[in-house]
Design a protein around this ligand. Structure first.
Ligand SMILES: [Zn+2]
Length: 69
């Protein structure tokens, strides 16, 4: 199980609610913020994942989030 799989699963579980990189990093216990950032950019555009500026369903802040349709 890779970090990428963890992120994909986490975002899918929250679907269709969007979640930001910071929350993904925190909830999955990732050490470096860039890590989640890199994974969500990789996810975006594939498999129904969409990355855009919106309200994060976990922290309530408007920033770059990712969600699955
Ligand atoms: Zn958030």
């Amino acid at each position: 199980m890779t970090v990428f799989d963890d992120v994909e699963r986490f975002v899918s579980r929250l679907s269709p609610e969007p979640v930001c990189d910071d929350c993904i990093t925190e909830k999955l216990g990732l050490s470096i913020r860039q890590h989640a950032n890199h994974k969500t950019r990789e996810l975006a555009g594939s498999n129904g994942f969409e990355r855009r500026k919106d309200l994060c369903s976990l922290c309530g802040v408007t920033k770059l989030v990712i969600r699955r349709h």
